[in-house]
Design a protein around this ligand. Structure first.
Ligand code: HBI
Ligand code: FE
Length: 298
């Protein structure tokens, strides 16, 4: 495929129609990163400190290493240009500013070209703990450190390419599951210990301890075919986490799988509930599901 041009899609069929702001073109890129106030920088710093009390020993080493390599602890919202220069040297990726959620086909097109679209705005004190739309803290703190890891960086690009195919087969929901259970909520084995690599866990205050240490959730070794058939919820802690052996394992599962064949074999809906354990699963921990049986987020 040619990844130089934005793919043409029948937008309303595949993606929720999003209204494009006037200042962005078809690539949805902001011309410049936003200017941040000193309060914005203070919000970043407080979020950063809170996460750093939780993450050492829980985040995977590659995440902590990426944080160091990209100097994300300098204080204040990072400058995308500086980040991109450093990332370009390490893995050929860049970070580009977008105003909000962007359409799927544009998101995938950027990933396929090793550009990570990051939300330009930052949350306020009122929405300190949880925001619906990804802001610059989630996107840069959560996602960008791992883009400094060569194998993870390759996986993200493969994911972007797989996204295009998914749209052609109308199986975007299935591919969304793969993103959810890897890039956003993935766990990995690191020297026989469970660690976190998912950005949704790494950028929030509650889920790191729940995902790694609670009795409640299932922890199951990742199988790409199985995960793409599994439903997911976006507004609460997960009933199930999927565990990879390594980024090499994740990358291999993704490039070796023939996605054309996989998409043809998938039902349009999901086959497995998000709390299900099925007979093909290699179970690391069978959860009590106590949290969700009590009704989840109160
Ligand atoms: N847009 N800004 C932004 N960030 C995302 O993570 C994102 C998006 N648009 C679509 C999208 N993600 C989904 O296609 C994936 O989460 C599957
Ligand atoms: Fe995210």
């Amino acid at each position: 495929s040619d990844f130089s041009a934005i793919p043409e899609v029948d937008g309303d069929v595949f993606t929720a129609p999003l209204k494009r702001p006037e200042n962005v073109g078809e690539d949805w890129l902001e011309p410049e990163q936003r200017q941040y106030s000193s309060e914005d920088d203070a919000v970043w710093n407080d979020l950063f400190e809170r996460q750093m009390e939780i993450l050492p020993g829980r985040a995977c080493d590659a995440f902590m290493a990426g944080m160091q390599k990209l100097h994300l602890n300098r204080g204040g919202v990072p400058d995308f240009k500086e980040l991109s220069e450093e990332l370009d040297r390490l893995t050929g990726w860049s970070v580009v500013p977008v105003p909000m959620l962007i359409p799927d086909h544009v998101f995938f097109w950027h990933l396929a070209n090793r550009r990570f679209p990051a939300g330009n705005f930052i949350r306020t004190r009122e929405t300190f703990d949880y925001i619906q739309e990804p802001d610059v803290f989630h996107d840069v703190f959560g996602h960008v450190p791992l883009l400094a890891d060569p194998t993870f960086a390759d996986y993200m690009q493969e994911y972007g390419k797989a996204g295009w195919k998914a749209m052609r087969y109308n199986r975007l929901k299935s591919l969304g599951s793969l993103y959810w259970y890897t890039v956003e909520f993935g766990l990995m084995m690191q020297a026989d210990e469970l660690r976190i690599y998912g950005a949704g866990i790494l950028s929030g205050p509650r889920e790191a301890i729940f995902a790694l240490e609670a009795e409640s959730p299932n922890r199951i070794m990742l199988n790409v075919d199985r995960v793409m058939r599994t439903d997911y919820v976006i507004s609460d802690l997960q009933p199930t986490y999927f565990v990879i052996e390594s980024f090499e394992d994740l990358y291999r599962q993704t490039v070796e799988r023939d996605f054309d064949q996989l998409y043809r074999s998938l039902d349009p809906g999901f086959t497995y509930a998000n709390a299900a354990v099925i007979d093909v699963d290699y179970v690391v921990h069978r959860g009590s599901q106590e949290y969700h049986l009590r009704g989840g987020r109160g």
